[in-house]
Design a protein around this ligand. Structure first.
Ligand code: B12
Ligand code: SF4
Length: 500
């Protein structure tokens, strides 16, 4: 009897925000419905994850990995190589954002047999059925594979609206293990797909187009209340790109949750122009339904840079208005900033800095997460990569170092880069941010951080970062009074939390 088992591997994503990988839960459902067994090895919660993956693969049909561009590539390479060495005949399949955006380069790796471009629910089932019956993958839409050493790409698969997709296989998740890593029991949930906008740095259009589509409000209410009750979750992160595109739907979801009386926190991502379409009363209703945070791409304090980012839809005022409305409704306004976007000079960077300082002072509940511009494959700006002098990696492995925490750029390197990094560090010290994971700072380190937040604000006001004694103090405090150890019995992650 041929095996009916499929092994998924999820590489670590360098964050404490550990929870079940939604992409894998999505593609697992059709497999389970068709009678296959699914095993997920998530490196974040699995001790000896390489050995576990190889052991699981022993009686399985194939290995499938889900990944985005960046450090996840390292463990993907490690596991795929080890799998091919031990089981040369078992196909290694890569899916998710990176293989979707760069299928040719990914498939060219000797340890990759199949790539899936785009939504994986139907494609993965068809791949597995063909592998089981020993057939070629010819004709399976959205799939690239190898035949006689040649790379073959089938025609693309049309996008399916979310309402036609099966529910995700949340029951495969080990929520206890994720809670041990993260300190919080939470999950991700998708209620809509795509975004009507097309920011120059964003990769969304590359995978989901711009046809926003969503589940009906009553289905969302039914699913989220069931999910939190069934798994005892305290938080749902709705990972939709722009939750507020349909304002009436958002309000109806809130009304439905309030009517059900199920209490949990939830957070959303939305653009500031859509947040400000809501009235204060509507936002208060969302708060009553548990909405605790809205994450928004403020991105820059300079209208010129916002224009270069193709963000004319977001007026600077809406950032202040969103912070105001959300604060008054009791919802945490959370903003992302991007430094080093092409065309940003010191003057525009100072405008961004002023925006952060003004918003945080006026609205103490607000928080900012900062990134260095990172040119991702598939983003509109990448069409100008050559002109901008961006060194685009030539190999799959080359993308492993793409990470917005430390990206260097032709126009932002050396001392300039160091200055921006210091400014970001001072921003982290100056104002509070609330990550999903429980912060386990030592009380003394916490006291030191509080103390140095005062000079950090003065420095930011003056845009002055030389002789950074406070950063030295912070590092020493962390070194002498390390964070209290999490109850993790698995792979340890870097302590810094990333925002998306
Ligand atoms: C949740 C999330 C995170 C979480 C992940 C938490 C977790 N436990 O998984 C956290 C906060 C850690 C995170 C971090 C980052 N993220 Co993020 N994140 C997302 C977000 C919002 C949702 C992802 C998701 O689960 N979607 C729901 C699932 C169902 O959809 P999906 O992943 O697209 O999966 C489908 C297909 O891709 C495919 N598929 C997926 N996996 C597989 C596997 C196989 C085998 C197959 C066949 C198919 C398949 O089928 C699925 C169903 O159709 C996306 C944006 C988005 N809209 O998706 C950004 C996104 C993935 N993140 C992105 C980025 C840039 C980052 C960060 C760099 C941000 C930062 N500033 O640091 C870091 C990088 C992390 C790392 N170390 O590499 C980019 C990735 C771009 C790229 N080229 O890869 C995205 C697309 C945002 C964007 N629009 O730019 N992120
Ligand atoms: S950055 Fe946000 S608003 Fe802009 S296109 Fe991407 S998802 Fe939409």
């Amino acid at each position: 009897m041929p095996s009916k088992k499929v092994v998924f591997f999820f590489p670590a994503f360098s964050s404490q925000e550990a929870t079940a990988p939604l992409g894998i839960l999505a593609v697992s459902t059709p497999l389970l419905n068709a009678g296959y067994t699914v095993r997920i090895v998530d490196s974040t919660i699995t001790p000896n994850f390489q050995q576990r993956t190889l052991d699981e693969l022993d009686d399985a049909l194939c290995l499938a990995v889900s990944l985005v561009t960046g450090p996840m590539i390292r463990e993907t390479v490690q596991i795929a190589r080890a799998a091919k060495e031990r089981y040369p005949g078992k196909p290694v399949i890569l899916g998710g954002w990176h293989p979707s955006l760069l299928p040719d380069q990914t498939l060219a790796c000797p340890y990759v047999d199949v790539v899936v471009n785009g939504q994986g629910e139907d494609a993965m089932l068809e791949i597995v059925q063909h592998i089981e019956s020993g057939e070629s993958l010819k004709g399976i839409k959205g799939v690239g594979y190898k035949e006689d050493g040649r790379l073959v790409f089938n025609s693309p698969r049309a996008l399916k609206p979310l309402r036609e997709m099966p529910p995700k296989a949340y029951h495969l998740s080990d929520f206890d293990a994720y809670e041990r890593v993260c300190g919080r029991r939470w999950a991700m949930y998708t209620s809509s797909l795509a975004c009507p906008f097309n920011c120059a740095y964003c990769t969304n259009e590359g995978l989901y187009g711009r046809q926003w589509n969503a589940l009906a409000a009553d289905q969302v209410v039914e699913e989220v209340t069931d999910l939190v009750s069934r798994y005892g979750l305290s938080l749902l992160w709705v990972v939709d790109d722009n939750f507020l595109v349909d304002r009436e739907r958002a309000v109806a979801i809130a009304e439905g949750i309030v009517r059900r009386g199920v209490r949990f926190d939830w957070s959303i991502q939305a653009s500031t122009n859509l947040v400000t379409r809501l009235t204060l009363d509507e936002l208060k209703l969302l708060r009553r339904a548990g909405l605790s945070q809205v994450s928004q791409g403020a991105d820059s304090g300079s209208p010129k840079v916002l224009h270069l980012m193709n963000k004319d839809f977001q007026k600077l005022d809406t950032i202040y208005q969103a912070a105001d409305l959300l604060s008054r409704a009791g919802i945490r306004p959370s903003f992302n900033m991007i430094f080093g976007f092409p065309g940003e000079s010191d003057a525009e960077r100072r405008e961004s800095l002023r925006l952060v300082m003004n918003v945080c002072r006026r609205y103490p509940a607000a928080e900012f997460w900062t990134n260095i511009f990172t040119p991702y494959p598939g983003a509109p700006i990448m069409k100008r990569a050559f002109e901008l002098g961006i060194d685009v990696p030539k190999t799959f492995e080359g993308w492993a170092d793409f990470f917005p925490r430390y990206t260097t750029l032709p126009w932002l390197k050396g001392e300039k880069h160091q200055r921006v990094q210091r400014m970001r560090e001072y921003m982290r010290i100056a104002f509070n941010r609330v990550p999903i994971g429980v912060q386990r700072k030592h009380p003394i380190a916490r006291a030191v951080h509080r103390l140095i937040s005062v000079p950090a604000r003065i420095r930011l006001d003056r845009d002055y970062y030389s002789a950074p004694v406070e950063l030295w103090m912070k590092n020493k405090a962390n070194q002498w009074f390390p964070p209290l150890k999490p109850k993790v019995d698995a792979h340890q992650l870097s302590a810094e939390v990333v925002s998306c």
